[in-house]
Ligand binder design. Structure first.
Ligand code: NAG
Ligand code: NAG
Ligand code: NAG
Ligand code: NAG
Ligand code: NAG
Ligand code: NAG
Length: 421
């Protein structure tokens, strides 16, 4: 129980991070649509008067704002800047997001050697306008935000100290051979919404990123699973690619995977025990071409199978045997937009006694017509004392969100809080 609690606390923590990541994307998109003209950080002008002298003494770029209570931070975001101002020596956090910056030049950073965090997201930076080695010399840099730019290449070289690297929403299609080699401290790498093909992984050794916990490769052009991933990985996001198969032993080297997102791919035939991963808690393989279910690992809680070609869910395959001492943890199953003709065999409740709901939604018939199974939603409210407030969590009421949008609505962190493990 103690161990399990730890696992769930961990998942809650990181799972939430994944969750936030996606929220960011949505938020960013919304933000983009609004004109930025009238955005003005409230504190900007007043501060210049009040703290002018102080700012001057330590140095703050004229265009930017350096708050007294965070003297090592410099805010230059949302200022229509076309170039990076000169960065004073003492600055550790540099915020340059939402500008019109095209180039990253060595000169701007000539004195800045203490940077720990640089946010250059939402600019117009092109790969060939980044001076060679400009980032690599920041030997203390932990976070680099370059998402929403016009990069065509994975930036190289980067400092070995880096822990979080965000490169989403660019046009990256090439990665230099050794670009990822030195990034031994990287824990999170986001490459979603780029133009990556399978070929970028040829001759690369991603396994050298021994601390990598989260890798986001969603919305790229991959046709197969990325090879040679580090065994430290806990969160892998590959949705919206064109992946059609997974080889037999693919996950053998990824024993720590907690969450795997493979929705919107072309998965068809996969080995029936491919997801036999003892730490897997969330699995999304919705919007693929699967014809069959597969073995469900014991710790899996949320399974998304919607929009596939499944005609018949073979519970024996999902659960070949029942071990009363090690019951399966599955609580939520989504199977709408498949080709089911009848509800899943009730044997499923013997094998997965924690199931709270199965969402059947609409099924597709042979001639493209939609079929409503008698049971559209199976919801069970257990009698256990601690489970009485089930319908309050909004977690699995599919009537509320008819949209089949992603996993977010169904991944409710609150749910984990209210569970007793
Ligand atoms: C770098 O620091 C030196 C000495 O403090 C100063 O004279 C110079 O103007 C600074 N350069 C930039 C680009 O900030
Ligand atoms: C960096 O900018 C992005 C906007 O693109 C923002 O969402 C994020 O919170 C910023 N990061 C930090 C640490 O301020
Ligand atoms: C990596 O992180 C460890 C622990 O935080 C630190 O001691 C080490 O110096 C870091 N490595 C690099 C190359 O910065
Ligand atoms: C993934 O791609 C599909 C089809 O191109 C699209 O309908 C869907 O909205 C995308 N998913 C996300 C999360 O953007
Ligand atoms: C799952 O993996 C375990 C070892 O990790 C093995 O004992 C078990 O037979 C596997 N189950 C299936 C269905 O492959
Ligand atoms: C269900 O799966 C089991 C185990 O893989 C297999 O033996 C059985 O034939 C399958 N049943 C059907 C109806 O496909």
């Amino acid at each position: 129980m103690g161990f399990l609690s730890l696992v769930y606390v961990l998942f809650f923590f990181f799972g939430d991070k994944v969750h936030c990541q996606y929220e960011n994307y949505q938020w960013d998109e919304d933000y983009d649509q609004e004109p930025n003209e009238d955005y003005e950080p409230e504190f900007q002008f007043r501060q210049n008067v009040e703290y002018g002298i102080y700012q001057h003494s330590l140095g703050c770029a004229r265009e930017c704002f350096c708050p007294t209570n965070f003297p090592s931070s410099m805010y230059c975001d949302n200022r229509k800047l076309k170039t990076i101002p000169n960065i004073p020596m003492h600055i550790q956090q540099l915020y340059l997001q939402f500008n019109e910056i095209e180039a990253v030049t060595t000169n701007s950073f000539i004195n800045a050697t203490h940077l720990k965090e640089i946010n250059l997201s939402h600019n117009k930076i092109k790969s060939q306008k980044i001076d060679y080695g400009v980032f690599a010399k920041f030997s203390n840099l932990l976070q680099l935000h370059l998402e929403h730019n016009n990069l065509e290449e994975f930036p190289f070289p980067l400092p070995k100290s880096l822990e979080r690297l965000l490169l989403g929403y660019n046009e990256i299609s090439t990665v230099q051979t050794s670009a990822m080699d030195g990034l031994v401290n990287l824990t999170m790498l986001d490459l979603c919404y780029n133009h990556l093909h399978d070929s970028v992984f040829k001759g690369k050794n991603l396994a050298k990123m021994e601390k990598l916990m989260q890798l986001n490769l969603c919305h790229n052009r991959l046709e197969s699973m990325p090879p040679g991933l580090p065994s430290s990985l806990m969160y892998l996001s590959l949705e919206n690619n064109s992946i059609s198969s997974i080889t037999d032993k693919y996950f053998d080297k990824l024993p720590k995977l907690h969450a795997l997102r493979l929705s919107h791919n072309k998965l068809q035939d996969i080995p029936h025990n491919i997801f036999n991963l003892s730490n897997l808690i969330e699995l999304n393989v919705g919007h693929n071409r699967l014809k069959q279910a597969f073995y469900i690992p014991r710790n899996l809680e949320h399974l998304y199978l919607e929009n596939n070609e499944i005609e018949n869910i073979n519970v024996t395959m999902m659960c070949p045997s029942i071990d009363p001492l090690h019951l399966h943890h599955l609580t939520y199953l989504r199977v709408d937009q498949n080709k089911l003709k009848e509800p899943i065999s009730s044997y499923i409740f013997s094998c997965f006694p924690h199931i709270h709901s199965i969402y059947y939604g609409e099924q597709r018939g042979a001639n493209g017509q939609t079929i409503q199974l008698k049971t559209q939603v199976f919801g069970r409210f257990q009698d256990d004392d601690d489970d009485d407030d089930d319908d309050g969590d909004g977690h699995d009421n599919p009537h509320e969100d008819q949209e089949t949008e992603g996993t977010e609505e169904h991944f409710n962190p609150h749910y984990y809080e209210t569970q007793e493990w």
